[in-house]
Ligand binder design. Structure first.
Ligand code: ASP
Length: 303
């Protein structure tokens, strides 16, 4: 029996203001269309999540690629991970400053390296050696984010983003997919948190934290305040509960409850198993998401 492909994408979970709803929805829908083109043509889940994430990295609406939050030094520092549920191969980059599309470099690591994870200059060197053009960090910086950083820094210690507050922006992007061969994959990409310390790595690019995929369990991508998500290894936590026989819809909600109950964390998750069952959950006021199967297509700003 042919397997019906499924694709889910998210574009961050926080109190997305009314005047930013349209751009978030347009962004996740465009990402979904790009990923779906791959799946509809019989392509792999891995290619589908890569293409979907690239669209959102290129979209300045999101905290990924150009337009990301700036760190304390006024630089963009990006993290990304992609993982293949069929083989458990994965590729991750952390703290890269000269890559427009870190998920492309992560994919090269997955496909062409015996290693799983590269950081900083080593990751950029690996990307360049594998045909990915490097950019200047300034090419990734936009005026909106310079202003946002200046405002945060002008407020001093008291004005720093309250990482406990679900109202602070979390525009990390991610995708999970099931392809016609029955394989699942996941990818997550982020600029991290506003005014972060240089060198700070979030959950997004860490296996099992912000991203995970295993055909035998599930594919997950998370967004939100990264430190609690990382401490709970939340994507793997959720995948294991799907493997234990629970429905992804229930598990995604449980994972977000656990994040809040255990560490007062906030964020969102998309979760998909190899049978095409999925869940979308968040404890923030809003989360941008889109889902498409052979039979249904929907997107929204809350769930
Ligand atoms: N999880 C990301 C991080 O902490 C941020 C986000 O999702 O917006 O780096």
């Amino acid at each position: 029996m042919p397997i019906d492909p499924v694709l889910l994408v998210h574009g961050g979970a926080w109190a997305i203001p009314d005047d930013m709803v349209d751009t978030h929805l347009a962004g996740v829908r465009a990402a979904m269309a790009a990923g779906w083109r791959v799946l509809a043509a019989g392509g792999d889940a891995l290619d589908a999540v890569e293409e979907a994430v690239v669209v959102m990295e290129d979209d300045e609406t999101f905290d990924a690629g150009r337009g990301s939050f700036l760190n304390r030094d006024g630089k963009v520092q990006l993290d990304a991970l992609i993982m293949d549920g069929a083989t458990l191969r994965a590729g991750g980059v952390g703290c890269v400053e000269r890559l427009r599309n870190p998920v492309r470099a992560a994919r090269k690591i997955l496909s062409e390296s015996p290693h799983v994870y590269f950081v900083a200059e080593g990751a950029e060197r690996f990307a360049a050696e594998h045909g990915i053009a490097l950019c200047k960090n300034e090419d990734l910086v936009i005026a909106r984010e310079v202003k946002r950083l200046q405002e945060a820094q002008a407020k001093g210690a008291e004005g720093q983003p309250d990482l406990f507050a679900p109202t602070d922006s979390h525009d990390t992007v991610g995708a999970v997919a099931l392809d016609g061969s029955g394989n699942i994959a996941a990818a997550t990409s982020t600029g991290g948190t506003l005014n972060k310390a240089p060198g700070r790595l979030g959950d997004s690019s860490l296996i099992g934290c912000g991203c995970y995929a295993d055909n035998k369990t599930a594919a997950a991508s998370t967004t939100g305040w990264g430190e609690p998500i990382m401490k709970l290894v939340l994507a793997k936590w959720a995948a294991d509960r799907v493997a234990a026989g629970n429905l992804p819809e229930w598990v995604a909600a449980e994972a977000i409850h656990y994040l809040e109950a255990r560490l007062q964390g906030h964020g969102g998750m998309i979760l998909l198993d190899a049978r095409g069952r999925f869940g979308i959950a968040h404890n923030t006021p809003r989360m941008a998401w889109a889902v498409k199967t052979g039979k249904q297509e929907s997107s929204g700003i809350s769930r």
